[in-house]
Write a protein that binds this ligand. Structure first.
Ligand code: PLP
Length: 417
């Protein structure tokens, strides 16, 4: 960091300001986490210099014998951690991993059945603005309006009607466990491949805190930077019979040279995730998300589906008469970082949705527990109710921001250099 400060004070300033932002507030974005110094060290290493198109032992460049070791170690650790027959750590992101799986199992125009974006699915699950909705015939399943849980009968009916080539289970904003066996049964009934997009919850699987999709799915895609607490990136876990197709789809079809510094950092994260401390961390992540959901209910919000089994909760703000974008702005002013989110069957437009999504991975990494969640819920409730832009509201938000600063000072995100 000294070299950066010396050579480029402008960008060094950005890095320090971001550190201050992380240290100065509460990070409740469900898809984020705080990586370890060891992961950051691998990311900031000279492995970034190396071109290594291909796979270990089969590269298109010389001088890959050292970076080969990083990928082999990472692959072995991931196979062991997840009990997977095959692993590919090269996808640059979760979306790249998903793109590669579409490439391996489908052709443009094929039908793919996945969760509706408006109800918690990801852009790559058939949204019209993504390759998945533009190039594929995307059919969407939903959650039940009464329970807000995935409607497995509807998934089966849609599968029988549309005969998809591939079914995707997994979501971006679904707080409950997914019945992978039910999806497997439906996929088998119609001869579809089953892809589980575990981007959000793969870390909980790594820690043994929730059941694994690996035994049920043809492939599992994931990001490595969410609960798993590795570098920003993606990966694919696959049955051995799909290994060749997946590897060819990642490189050379979807990507060029892998980011070997990121692959090494993924290997570091896999090692960290195999430790008993990480298992305890993942149970605490769930305990904290449940405590946070309860405390938000006590503040008058409604927890979608009645709570959570995972690291995230969705809350409906309508009982408070506040929209998601208003709440996000107010929380920002109080140094609470989270995101507005549509709730299932949201009558409001996407930019002014009725809900918020909150997650516990970052605050749990900071060492916070259920008692802190009760305090966070109370502060969040005050922030959401404070009318931004009025003297009384702004004073209240400043007051909440001061309480947030005091709270995070007890458990700082990172030391400052
Ligand atoms: N799949 C799901 C379910 C996600 O939630 C996300 C990101 O939030 C992705 C895929 C895409 O990951 P990335 O942003 O790394 O491309």
């Amino acid at each position: 960091f000294d070299a950066l400060q010396h050579q480029d004070p402008e960008i060094a300033g950005v890095v320090l300001d971001e550190l201050d932002r992380l240290r100065g507030g509460l990070q409740l974005i469900a898809s984020e986490n705080l990586t370890s110094p060891a992961v950051l060290a691998a990311l900031g290493s000279t492995l970034s210099n190396k071109y290594a198109e291909g796979y270990p032992g089969r590269r298109y460049y010389g001088g890959c014998e050292v970076v080969d070791r990083a990928e082999e170690i990472g692959n072995a650790r991931a196979r062991e951690l997840f009990g997977a027959e095959h692993v590919n750590l090269q996808p640059h992101s979760g979306a790249s991993a998903n793109f590669a799986v579409y490439a391996a199992f489908t052709r443009p125009g094929d039908t793919v059945l996945a969760m509706d974006l408006k109800q918690g699915g990801h852009l790559t699950h058939g949204s019209k603005v993504s390759f998945s909705g533009k190039w594929f015939n995307a059919v969407s399943y939903t959650v039940r309006e009464d329970s807000e849980l995935i409607d497995y009968d509807q998934v089966r009916d849609l599968a029988l009607e549309h005969r998809p080539k591939m079914i995707i289970a997994g979501a971006t904003a679904y707080p409950r466990l997914i019945d992978f066996a039910a999806f497997r049964q439906i996929a088998d009934e119609v001869g579809a491949k089953l892809m589980v997009d575990a981007a959000h919850f793969i870390g909980l699987v790594a820690g043994g805190a929730i059941p694994s999709p690996v035994p049920f799915a043809d492939v599992v895609t994931a990001t490595t930077h969410k609960v798993l607490r590795g570098p920003r990136g993606g990966m694919v876990l696959a049955k051995a019979e799909h290994a060749k197709a997946i590897d060819k789809a990642v490189f050379p079809f979807a990507q060029g040279g892998p980011l070997m510094h990121a692959v090494a950092a993924k290997a570091v994260a896999m090692r960290e995730a195999a430790q008993p401390e990480y298992q305890a961390y993942t149970s605490q992540v769930i305990g904290n998300a449940q405590a946070l959901a309860k405390s938000l209910e006590a503040e008058g919000m409604r927890a979608v589906s009645g709570g959570t089994d995972t690291h995230l909760a969705l809350v409906d703000l309508r009982p408070l008469g506040v929209t998601g974008d208003q709440a996000e702005t107010r929380c920002d002013a109080a140094r609470i970082t989270l995101n507005k989110n549509a709730i299932p069957y949201d009558p409001a437009p996407p930019l002014k949705p009725s809900g918020l999504r909150v997650g516990s991975p970052s605050v749990t990494t900071q060492g916070m527990t259920e008692t802190d969640m009760a305090e966070i819920g109370a502060l969040l409730g005050r922030a959401v109710r404070a009318e931004h832009g009025t003297p009384a509201g702004d004073a209240e938000l400043a007051d909440v921001a001061a309480a947030v600063s005091a709270l995070v000072a007890r458990a700082p995100a990172y030391p400052r250099p």
